[in-house]
Design a protein around this ligand. Structure first.
Ligand SMILES: CC(C)(COP(=O)(O)OP(=O)(O)OC[C@H]1O[C@@H](n2cnc3c(N)ncnc32)[C@H](O)[C@@H]1OP(=O)(O)O)[C@@H](O)C(=O)NCCC(=O)NCCS
Length: 309
């Protein structure tokens, strides 16, 4: 479709494979599927979800099924989470970690005891396959986690470090279809319904801010890269991940990288990488885990936790 080659894509990004959500499905379908898998791992069968009593569903996404209702409402219906409420979080590629903090604080405050947090995006729905600078990067995918109260000190969430820099919005955006540029023939003709990205500007910001945010959250908690069981970063570019891991002094074996298999799935990358870490046996109960992401906004997110399962 475009003038590119496998060598360039692998060398510059580390991506080999990307997945495309089947026609007729939306992000809510990926979230519902992931939620069912997550709950099954917790011992809750699909037909028992209603009685399990999920109280809140938060979905991090920038590719909702539609402008409204929120994807969280569609997921609630699809999994039969009777009695739950929910909302979406638009944080670009940091959407999952932003949603995670919202969910965690709901549990910590005592407001809720069972919160489902999903991160998913169908980026191929907004990718211009005549633009070689973006079409080789983005794929579709997502995941879900369940947050419940735990005993203090053993496992669970320790800290978050989040930031936005709205001036960066010009470097990565999708201009059409919102209240400023409602969909029209003109917005279609001008390709305003596709991802626009100034790759090098995003790259520079991502390398600097991933390092800054992760260093901050580690320092605040008296932890170094060497203390971490796992570093699970957003998967936008393998070079961004290794640059951050180097600055943290992380053993490459403990850095989770699956970008080769999925490409950049925005809010989906961290939950997908969590699954990869579990599959590869790189996470055990009580391990210190660092999550980090940078995305459209610009947004920056990092989380420090002790792994549960
Ligand atoms: C997009 C990205 C991979 C491009 O890599 P880069 O090393 O910065 O490359 P550049 O954009 O400087 O382009 C270098 C050259 O490769 C070319 N190029 C771009 N895409 C190409 C492709 N798919 N195949 C072949 N050549 C390509 C460019 O046209 C340019 O050619 P030129 O030097 O003749 O102008 C990189 O900038 C990146 O990963 N940015 C961050 C993306 C990101 O994280 N986005 C999501 C945030 S959540």
């Amino acid at each position: 479709m475009v003038d590119t080659n496998d060598q360039w894509i692998m060398d510059r990004t580390g991506i080999r494979e990307r997945h495309v959500l089947a026609k007729g499905l939306g992000v809510s379908d990926m979230c519902a599927e992931a939620a069912k898998k997550c709950l099954a791992a917790r011992g809750i069968a699909a037909d028992k979800i209603a009685e399990f009593g999920i109280e809140l569903i938060i979905v991090g996404t920038v590719t909702p099924d539609m402008m409204f209702p929120a994807t969280a409402c569609l997921v609630q219906d699809k999994i039969g989470a009777k009695g739950a409420w929910g909302f979406d979080v638009s944080g670009g590629c940091s959407g999952f970690v932003f949603a995670l903090q919202a969910g965690v604080k709901m549990v910590e405050s005592g407001a809720h005891r069972k919160v489902l947090v999903c991160g998913a995006d169908a980026n191929t729905r907004m990718t211009d396959y005549t633009d070689r600078t973006t079409c080789v990067l983005f794929g579709d995918g997502g995941g879900a986690v369940l947050i419940e109260p735990c005993e203090e000190g053993e496992i669970g969430f320790i800290d978050f470090e989040h930031e936005v820099d709205g001036a960066g919005g010009v470097s990565l955006n999708l201009k059409g279809g919102g209240s400023l540029n409602p969909s029209s023939h003109e917005t279609v003709d001008k390709k305003m319904h596709y991802i626009f990205q100034d790759g090098p500007a995003v790259y520079k910001f991502a390398v600097r801010k991933m390092a800054e945010a992760t260093a901050k959250v580690l320092a605040r908690n008296g932890v170094t890269g060497a203390d971490l069981g796992c570093f699970i970063p957003h998967q936008a570019n393998k070079r961004i991940i290794t640059a951050t891991a180097d600055r943290l002094g992380m053993d490459p074996e403990r850095v989770i990288i699956n970008i080769e298999k999925y490409g950049n799935t925005s809010a989906g990358t961290i939950p997908l990488a969590m699954e990869t870490a579990v599959e590869e046996g790189k996470l055990k109960k009580g391990d210190l885990v660092l999550l980090a992401a940078v995305g459209a906004g610009f947004t920056v997110g990092a989380a420090l936790l002790r792994w549960e399962i």
